[in-house]
Ligand binder design. Structure first.
Ligand code: ATP
Length: 365
């Protein structure tokens, strides 16, 4: 699987990138070093204002860095003339959240537009447009106006238009953020097909973890203009090294219960609770059920969630241990301190009383 860390010429390479808008204030980007390998689908994720769009716009020269340089297919773009940048842009497609289609033109006219600008003959344009509309699955809409299409269909037109000049790189800037979940899934499947069948490198700008989970091979996490995590999707999210990354994965997978949930679980199921990570990992997993059996303790799953991350299982399961006190203590001893294991403290009387008020109040509503 392609990964930004592989050797050879990168499709995109950011070296020591800084970007400052205006004279003062926090830079939009600060010291970014990032390689994107050819054929990779890389997700760039991070909170609002992290610098994702700015980074994307540096790829096709819509912005220029204040410091550092960007190389495309090994070619440093510093000091490129407008003519050279225009040539570069024909090799880089871009799709947007708001589609950016011309409503005065038909679907076919929108897709043909870029080809006309680059001087492709009318006959060749028509042939290419037919091919592209078939590829994205909206050949029957060639003569419609964009306004008559659904959001998903509009995005397909956007994608066909972006592919018209056979770009080697496609940038998708929040391309599914305005779409419903089903249309999002279809659009992501189309992007994956583009990557697999055409070999296009895809840079996906998103704030949605699901998008990363669905199609990206690797991910770069940005926060306040700096790169805080970078690597394979599974590796980055199973071992987050920054708060932003931990926050993203926490929302995406119902894993380790927060304290109020632990208290509520314990109210309904008295006993010791322990959360065990579920990882697709070559190192041996924590086998709590074997430890429980050895010590004549029952271990029952009462909370948890497992999701797919880059096609691999990821999550956490919380077990209730019940049995003789020394048996439970032996099981906890066997698992405590193993990576990702959380042994939950039993709730105090005060915590139980607090929660009880809440539960009663909710029941009274
Ligand atoms: N043209 C501009 N002029 C001035 N400041 C800008 C400009 N473009 C971006 N910025 C600033 O740079 C920072 C990063 O913006 P950017 O749009 O790249 O973030 P983002 O991660 O894409 O955010 P969002 O998810 O909200 O789109 C922000 O503080 C933003 O206000």
């Amino acid at each position: 699987m392609p990964d930004g860390s592989t050797a050879g010429t990168a499709a995109v390479e950011f070296v020591g990138i800084g970007k400052q808008f205006g004279r003062s204030g926090r830079p939009a980007l600060d010291g970014i070093d990032l390689r994107i390998a050819p054929g990779e689908i890389v997700g760039i994720i991070g909170p609002s204002g992290a610098g994702k769009s700015t980074l994307a716009r540096l790829i096709n020269g819509l912005e220029s860095p204040t410091s550092g340089h960007v190389a495309i297919d090994g070619k440093d773009q510093s000091g490129a003339s407008e003519k050279e940048l225009n040539k570069l842009r024909t090799g880089i497609g871009m799709i947007f959240q708001q589609f950016n289609l011309f409503n005065s033109r038909t679907v076919a006219g929108n897709v043909a537009f870029g080809l006309k600008v680059t001087g492709v003959s009318k006959a060749d344009r028509q042939k290419r447009v037919t091919e592209l509309l078939e590829f994205v699955g909206i050949a029957d809409k060639a003569d419609s106006r964009p306004a008559a299409l659904s959001g998903g269909q509009k995005q397909r037109v956007g994608i066909a238009r972006a592919l018209a000049t056979s770009p080697s790189i496609l940038i998708a800037d929040e391309a599914t953020s305005a779409l419903d979940p089903e249309t999002t899934a279809e659009t992501l499947r189309l992007l994956r097909r583009i990557n697999e069948e055409l070999g296009t490198t895809i840079v996906v700008i998103t704030h949605e973890m699901d998008v990363i989970r669905e199609i990206c091979h690797s991910v770069a996490v940005l926060d306040k203009g700096t790169l805080v995590d970078r690597g394979g999707v599974y590796e980055v999210f199973s071992e987050p090294t920054s708060e932003v990354t931990s926050g993203l994965i926490k929302y995406a997978v119902a894993g380790v219960p927060e304290r109020p949930v632990v208290v509520e679980l314990n109210r309904r199921h008295p006993g010791r609770l322990v959360t065990i990570p579920v990882r697709d990992d070559p190192t041996p997993q924590v086998d709590i059920t074997a430890a429980a059996a050895r010590n004549h303790v029952s271990a029952t799953v009462i909370h948890g969630g497992i999701a797919e991350l880059a096609g691999r299982p990821f999550g956490a399961l919380t077990f209730l241990l019940s049995g003789a006190e020394d048996g439970v203590a032996a099981v906890l001893d066997a698992v405590a301190g193993r990576p990702g294991v959380v042994v939950h403290e039993e709730p105090t009387d005060a915590e139980l009383a607090d929660g009880a008020d809440l539960t009663e109040a909710e029941g009274a509503r």
